[in-house]
Design a protein. Structure first.
Length: 434
């Protein structure tokens, strides 16, 4: 086999690594390395000498590692066998990626499983040629962008699957709205997978998610879009789902010929349309509802959670299982005495904020030191960082500042709600606490 005199590579820019087909070299062989290239000699599967841009004569002075292995003589011309690899270090900014198959994600806003596809582009650069060849290329004769995407597709899909799911759940964002957050997701995605690329000698310059979309032909996507279109139509016209179901019930009864309800329903439909579906029915409709209650038509109890109609005396919804009974009042408003339902944030009568006692749930004033009902200490803000702490806490859970109340005169420790200092008798209600 003839010994090669000149070795160079002027191939396609989308090729990251290329091996010269000949391995019979000599100490007079000229190795030409272009700008943004590196050449590495391999012997018996080991990466040895590395050459930067320029013209190199493979003399013993230029290949010290190989010389120690094969004992090339100094002076004269000596043939030897070695592989030459070229590594392209030009920044490739047009490496496109995408999910071949849709990812199944539960939409946190509408609680429906939908398939999601993501597409994007990334920029990479071979930062460590030796590590790149040894860990990734292996025995391939050429490594290009197609190989790169095939190798890292699993990494990209795995990370984008978990990242999109966690992002949607924590932000409570619908899949249909996610394109508004593409820039933020792209930055987080790049930071997540950059370290993995570095393990193979690759520097991730940038990564962009161009689009996150849903397959239009998927049944779940079709149902979701139809439901949203229906909701938008109701919002424009000005009526709710419950009113639409009530209207359908009235219309169905009106079509039942030969019954007293048909006449009543027919009149009700006319008056209902006269006052508009968006508002409440008139007093005539209320009278007809009382007449209807004495007939055989069952009264429907609409579930407030899923809007499913249930029987009159049902305790739980037959569709979603939620309770159909109103929760009883847990306490009274500290300001006006109005009954407050469980979970209320403001009094529906006077608008005063509900400051619940963590022990008994009683409503207290905003600056109360102890509960007016059970006399347990109320949560209070830290004087240093304003972090809310429980009443029995002595040190702030955020900054560690002492929360113990002290007399401003003798600095004796006092309890919340205490009126006079037990040590010096100072009046604590007139600014005597420190």
């Amino acid at each position: 086999m003839a010994i090669i005199d000149v070795i160079k590579y002027d191939g396609s820019p989308d090729v990251f690594a290329w091996k010269h087909p000949e391995n019979e070299l000599g100490t007079w062989t000229q190795l030409i390395v272009n700008q943004s290239q590196q050449a590495i000699l391999f012997k018996d599967g080991r990466a040895l000498d590395l050459f930067g841009p320029g013209r190199h004569t493979l003399s013993t002075a230029n290949i010290p590692i190989l010389n120690r292995i094969v004992n090339l003589p100094f002076g004269g011309k000596s043939p030897f066998a070695a592989e030459v690899w070229y590594v392209n270090q030009v920044s490739a900014l047009d490496v496109k990626w995408g999910t071949a198959n849709p990812i199944q994600i539960q939409d946190p806003k509408y609680n429906i499983i939908v398939p999601v596809r993501a597409f994007g582009q990334m920029g990479i650069k071979i930062a460590d040629s030796r590590k790149f060849l040894v860990k990734l290329v292996g025995t391939l004769s050429e490594f290009n962008q197609v190989n790169m995407i095939n190798y890292f597709r699993g990494l990209i899909i795995m990370n984008i699957n978990s990242m999109l799911s966690s992002y949607l759940i924590h932000r409570k964002v619908s899949v249909l709205e996610i394109n508004a957050y593409i820039a933020e997701i792209s930055r987080h995605f790049a930071d997540t997978i950059a370290s993995t690329f570095e393990e193979f000698g690759i520097e991730l310059i940038n990564l962009y998610i161009h689009n996150v979309n849903l397959p239009e032909e998927d049944p779940s996507v079709i149902r979701l879009r139809e439901a949203l279109a229906r909701k938008a139509e109701m919002d424009i016209i000005g009526y709710t789902y419950q009113q639409e179901r009530s209207f359908d019930t009235l219309e169905g009864a009106a079509k039942n010929e030969g019954s007293m309800q048909s006449d009543i329903m027919g009149a009700g439909l006319g008056m209902g349309m006269g006052v508009g579906l968006g508002g409440s029915f008139s007093s005539e409709m209320s009278q007809m509802s009382r007449v209807m209650s004495t007939t055989e038509t069952p009264i429907m109890h609409i579930c407030e959670h899923c809007h499913h109609p249930n029987q009159e005396h049902a305790s739980f919804c037959s569709k979603c299982g939620k309770s159909l009974k109103m929760e009883s009042a847990s306490t009274n408003c500290n300001n006006c005495g109005h009954a407050l339902q469980k979970g209320t944030k403001f009094c529906p009568n006077c608008g005063d904020k509900y400051h619940a006692c963590p022990s008994c749930g009683a409503d207290n004033s905003e600056n109360a030191l102890e509960c007016i009902q059970c006399h347990q200490p109320m949560p209070s803000p830290c004087p240093k960082c304003n972090h809310m702490n429980s009443g029995n806490t002595k040190f702030c859970g955020n900054c560690g500042t002492s929360l113990a109340l002290k007399c401003s005169q003798c600095h004796h420790e006092v309890k919340p709600g205490q009126k006079f200092c037990l040590d010096c008798g100072h009046n604590l209600q007139e600014g005597g606490q420190a």
